[in-house]
Design a protein around this ligand. Structure first.
Ligand SMILES: Nc1ncnc2c1ncn2[C@@H]1O[C@H](COP(=O)(O)OP(=O)(O)OP(=O)(O)O)[C@@H](O)[C@H]1O
Ligand SMILES: [Mg+2]
Length: 255
């Protein structure tokens, strides 16, 4: 654990038109930790992840990743918006895995994982292929590299999506309900890959309804409702001994 948090949110606000979705999010994600984010539908979990990745811009507060403001540069007291190319460079350090796998359907698993390093970073195909093979092996798909997404199960596709995000060598991985679109028997393999990634020291923010995973693998857990952090702490404590009525009500439905 280093001194500087990997993600720091201070009073983060976000509205869509008149709908005030994030209402002052304060939290810190330490380097190397698995940070679980739970809360009811519509509480703003995905919106917050999208702000971290600067797919959305925040309307108030401060948000930084690895000590740098997301989307802005500070000079003295003033903030200046970054250019698109600078935003893209920031985003490159952050891997994101969604509920739906969003693989390129016309490319094999191997080509999907090779694509961004070659196209975005200008890596040679040889280097990208070597890494892609290693990553697909790591997620248990060494025998599936030449399959197209349509030839893979949902769980296998999600593991390709994780390998694809890792191919950019991110310093932070965001997972937005990575297993909730999967048949129950496919969930375990994906969680195993995430557990392995956590053990390797990756900093991970995981939005999930898998409370077993949160309890076993998580270092911190935040319960969000109505665009604010209601309660946070060690997953064992928050899940085992919730302090707020809203947390209790939510957990009674999901546990
Ligand atoms: N692009 C958008 N434009 C307008 N409203 C939006 C937009 N994206 C999200 N919202 C609204 O913001 C609120 C929070 O949505 P968000 O997707 O962050 O919730 P969530 O906590 O991820 O929920 P779920 O568990 O269902 O995924 C919802 O009321 C949603 O309708
Ligand atoms: Mg969501």
């Amino acid at each position: 654990m280093t001194g500087q948090p990997m993600v720091k949110a201070e009073g983060v606000h976000k509205s869509y038109g008149a709908a005030h979705i994030l209402r002052g999010i304060d939290l810190e994600v330490r380097s190397g930790e698995v940070f679980c984010l739970v809360g009811p539908s519509g509480s703003g979990k995905s919106t917050f992840l999208r702000c971290i990745n600067h797919l959305e811009r925040i309307d108030g507060g401060r948000l930084s990743v690895d000590g740098r403001l997301v989307g802005y540069r500070q000079q003295g007291e003033r903030l200046y918006e970054l250019k698109d190319s600078e935003v893209a460079a920031q985003r490159r350090d952050i891997g994101m895995v969604f509920q739906r796998f969003n693989l390129f359907p016309h490319m094999t698993a191997l080509a999907n994982v090779m694509e961004a390093p070659v196209q975005v970073k200008g890596e040679t195909k040889a280097v990208a292929r070597e890494r892609a093979q290693r990553l697909l092996d790591r997620v248990g798909l060494s025998d599936r590299m030449h399959n197209y997404p349509s030839q893979l199960s949902g769980g296998q596709q999600q593991r390709v999506a994780i390998a694809r995000a890792l191919a950019m060598e991110p310093k932070l991985m965001l997972f937005d309900e990575p297993t909730s679109a999967l048949d129950p028997e496919l969930v375990g393999d994906v969680l195993d890959v995430m557990r392995d990634l956590a053990e390797s020291g990756m900093t991970m923010i995981v939005v999930t309804h898998e409370m077993g995973f949160a309890r076993e693998v998580g270092d911190s857990l935040v319960f969000m409702d109505g665009g604010v952090v209601v309660e946070s702490g060690h997953p064992r404590d928050v899940l085992g001994n919730p302090q707020h009525d809203r947390t209790k009500a939510f957990l009674s439905k999901v546990l």
